[in-house]
Design a binder for this molecule. Structure first.
Ligand code: ZN
Length: 181
């Protein structure tokens, strides 16, 4: 659990990155910013900050903020209620993000899994996104991502987000208790 103090400091810091990306949000959106720490208590390394713009039965749009080296842990979005699972497009707006999916593993991956959690990062095909570049993930595809040295702001466009059904590789993460991407 995040303390109130850590939560508000983290949000303030995330807003600085949105400013760098030239993304304007309302005070209400700022107040409703979410900090995902996945119940691991190590938000600087495993976590992310997010704003949900819209999440209807059909589509979803979010802004994701990652501090330098901050990592979103490996997960997938399985079929739910007869639907194929969440399809996601990540578009980098600021900084750089290293995204990993199934496929030919990178020989010298640019991201490093957080120490002590290496075993829970199993897909190593590397996709590097700089500002202005994007990538679309098919439903039910394992993925994880980490910001480069400058941090990253990523716009996410997807089908409906149902966080509670997501499947994490790290068994310590309980999806029912966490916001995810
Ligand atoms: Zn995802």
């Amino acid at each position: 659990m995040l303390t109130k103090e850590v939560y508000s400091k983290t949000c303030e810091r995330a807003v600085e990155y949105l400013n760098k990306a030239g993304i304007v949000i309302t005070q209400k959106e700022k107040n409703e910013m979410e900090v995902a720490e996945y119940g691991l208590g190590d938000v600087e390394n495993i976590g992310l900050e997010l704003i949900v713009y819209v999440n209807t039965d059909r589509c979803c749009a979010k802004e994701l903020i990652l501090f330098p080296g901050q990592t979103c842990p490996e997960h997938r979005h399985p079929p739910v209620l007869g639907e194929p699972g969440k399809e996601e497009t990540f578009r980098c707006r600021y900084g750089r993000v290293y995204l990993y999916v199934p496929g030919e593993p990178a020989k010298n991956p640019k991201a490093k899994p957080p120490r002590g959690s290496e075993v829970y990062f199993t897909v190593w095909h590397e996709i590097e996104l700089s500002a202005g570049e994007q990538y679309t993930l098919a439903p039910d595809t394992l993925h994880w991502f980490q910001a480069g040295a400058e941090g990253a702001v990523i716009s996410e466009f997807s089908t409906k987000s149902r966080d509670e059904y997501d499947i994490y590789t790290d068994p310590r993460i309980n999806p029912a208790q966490n916001r995810k991407v």
